[in-house]
Design a protein. Structure first.
Lengths: 117, 117
DNA sequence: TCGATGTGCAACCCTGGAGTTGCATTCAAT
DNA sequence: ATTGAATGCAACTCCAGGGTTGCACATCGA
């Protein structure tokens, strides 16, 4: 379970890093809209070179947000929702945890105040 | 509504950028665990200087993930869950959208295959 | 076979951001 | 009033990563 937690942490880290870049988010939007697209075609729609797009796709692939399959001489990429969904859940759980802790702290503070007077 | 969307996009951007840094996530963990803590005390628990911590807190504050209130000569920071929660929802909706689009594309592809034979 | 198109690889530039140090300033407490 | 502790501000270093160019390699089509 400790191992599992570490893996989850690393997966979340790679997803957050991948999503922090606006160009990569734009890439994901294009892929989600068009289905399977090649790096060359993606580069035509963006103000950056094909190689820049390829580098971004490598990062996105490492995070599990996209995957590419070879078809003849080209490589077609598509979005993968699993990693994104997992990160969304991690984030929601974290927010809930913060709320729980804040409520606890508030309760303790009020009890202390009650005792002090 | 276009404006609202743009605002949401900017808020999500700042949260994602803020969360992409491991030191900032560690700061959030410490703040969530301890309630209200000052930058000086946070720096004691991390392998970086107080000024580095302050810079991180500025980023986290701009993203709405923490807020600080002045008490005498010190500034105490605490986590704020609203922005995190909003980003979690944005992410979950995005994942759902991807699934919807992938299902549509798959359906179209199968129809095309059916027609071709 | 040969030209055209798409991908892979490597070297390089350059800026932003994470971190540091040093000092000034503000406030509490004796 | 003076000392100690906390914050605020500014200048500086350093390097990871986003971007580029150039060329070699693979594959399709005529």
């Amino acid at each position: 379970m400790t191992d599992e937690r570490r893996d989850v942490g690393e997966e979340v880290d790679s997803v957050l890093v991948a999503l922090a870049d606006p160009t990569r988010r734009q890439l994901l939007d294009l892929l989600a809209a068009q289905g399977e697209v090649t790096a060359t075609r993606l580069a035509e729609r963006l103000p950056v070179s094909r190689q820049a797009v390829v580098k971004h796709l490598v990062v996105l692939d490492a995070a599990g947000l996209v995957s590419g399959r070879r078809v003849g001489r080209e490589v077609r990429y598509a979005v993968r929702s699993a990693a994104l969904d997992a990160t969304a859940r991690w984030m929601a759980a974290l927010a809930a945890d913060w709320d729980r802790r804040l409520a606890d702290i508030k309760r303790v503070a009020e009890a202390a105040e009650r005792d002090s007077r």
